[in-house]
Design a protein around this ligand. Structure first.
Ligand SMILES: CC(=O)N[C@@H]1[C@@H](OP(=O)(O)OP(=O)(O)OC[C@H]2O[C@@H](n3ccc(=O)[nH]c3=O)[C@H](O)[C@@H]2O)O[C@H](CO)[C@@H](O)[C@@H]1O
Length: 387
């Protein structure tokens, strides 16, 4: 049994009505505002939080800023275990907990293995499941893998689908889900971003301290599994050309801790002096990301959250994927798909740096994301479902 797992935790009150499950950095970023809104709406004891610890370090780093207590930490990750081991362990632990504690609702978010395990455990216990970020689809099981498959399977056992946008709602209805089971609520991941931007805890950063005398700032993040199959190598080749072509830009790349990312990147950029306009760093704490992002002129990323946050802050994004489940940002002209190999990256960069975004498109995206009020809407909906 994992060392940090406290069996049938005494910290979770038997009166807990809603169990909220997360395990990765983006799940915590998106669910923490929901947990806080629920605590305010129906009381602290009514909510219990479970972390699987799927992203151990990144979750701990994000937790420092998001102040959401974790009632039970399963800490499931151990060295060299298979994905099915992690899944089996997580479903077993959650199912045992739910069997004893019988929450009235289980909440999962997005498309991770943690969310899928939470969904299976609630299904096996016949506990109604709420899915946050329901209905994002590419309809290509391999892109992104395994997320597209996981979120489609979660939808099959979900009771209440909380779709971020009307487009996500339409996707669910095409799968036969009745409209009364779907609510469009925006994106709670934006709520904390809005709150932090309105009341920053630390002084704003100066752009010049980041660009070191250059005129433009480009932020990069990369971590998807599709990229491990040679795509990241191609991306690094394209990035080398881009760094040479855009010597007036400073490129900052907080590296994901996954060794499959770091080893490839270090191989391509072993000589610090060859590319003085590239800064490879440790992952930014979330609060720092939120303060740096609005200063950027462009983001290059394969991340889902960055596709939401960058355009929200009025920053264009080059999406290093073959397809996106957030087609609205492409349709609005706030993002561009460069493909998972990022062919002609340098031209894509020039295109965005030379053309300002349409301010109306930015406002449309901000409205689609809920403008910082998503978690309160979610808490109102869930409050009606519990005793
Ligand atoms: C297929 C897909 O799109 N799935 C997504 C995937 O999440 P992702 O791709 O968004 O994951 P990441 O990129 O790891 O996280 C992003 C967050 O991290 C912050 N950040 C980043 C770098 C850094 O140095 N410091 C930071 O603080 C950043 O601001 C942002 O908030 O799973 C989620 C969970 O289910 C889903 O919701 C989500 O759709």
């Amino acid at each position: 049994m994992p060392k940090a797992y406290r069996p049938l935790s005494s910290k979770v009150s038997n009166m807990s009505k809603i169990a909220v499950i997360f395990g990765t950095r983006p799940e915590l970023i998106k669910l923490s505002p929901v947990v806080n809104a629920l605590r305010q709406r129906i009381g602290d004891d009514a909510i219990s939080t479970y972390s699987t610890g799927q992203h151990r370090e990144l979750l701990a780093q994000a937790q420092l800023c998001l102040d959401t207590p974790i009632d039970v930490n399963f800490d499931v990750m151990t060295h060299a275990q298979s994905t099915s081991d992690v899944l089996a362990k997580t479903v077993t632990l959650l199912e045992a907990e739910f069997t004893q504690k019988r929450p009235e609702l289980v909440v999962v978010q997005g498309d991770t293995m943690t969310a899928f395990a939470g969904a299976m455990a609630s299904f096996l216990n016949k506990i109604p499941l709420v899915h946050v970020e329901a209905g994002l689809r590419t309809l290509d099981q391999e892109n992104p893998w395994p997320e597209e498959g996981l979120r489609q399977m979660i939808a099959r056992v979900t009771t209440l689908h909380l779709a971020p946008t009307p487009g996500a709602r339409a996707n669910l209805m095409r799968e036969g889900i009745p409209s009364e089971k779907i609510h469009v609520v925006g994106n709670p991941g934006i709520d904390k971003l809005v709150a932090l931007r309105n009341a920053p805890k630390s002084p704003a950063k100066e752009k010049s301290s980041l660009t070191k005398g250059r005129t433009k700032l480009v932020l990069i993040t990369m971590h998807r599994r599709e990229a491990f199959d040679g795509g990241l190598d191609h991306f690094c080749d394209e990035l080398q050309k881009t760094l040479r072509m855009h010597s007036n830009c400073m490129f900052i790349w907080p590296l994901h801790p996954n060794p499959a990312v770091r080893d490839v990147v270090r191989k391509h950029f072993s000589d610090d002096e060859e590319f003085p306009n590239l800064c490879l760093t440790e992952p930014f704490p979330y609060e720092e990301m939120i303060s740096v992002l609005p200063l950027a002129d462009l983001v290059i990323s394969d991340s889902g959250g960055m596709q939401e946050e960058a355009p929200y802050c009025g920053v264009p994004i080059i999406v290093v994927r073959d397809i996106t489940e957030r087609p609205e940002i492409i349709e609005l002209g706030l993002g561009h798909i460069a493909g998972s190999r990022a062919l002609d990256l340098s031209e894509h960069v020039s295109g965005f740096l030379d053309t300002p975004l349409d301010p109306n498109a930015i406002v449309t995206w901000q409205k689609l994301q809920g403008q910082g009020r998503s978690s309160v809407q979610i808490a109102e909906l869930l409050a009606k479902l519990v005793s």
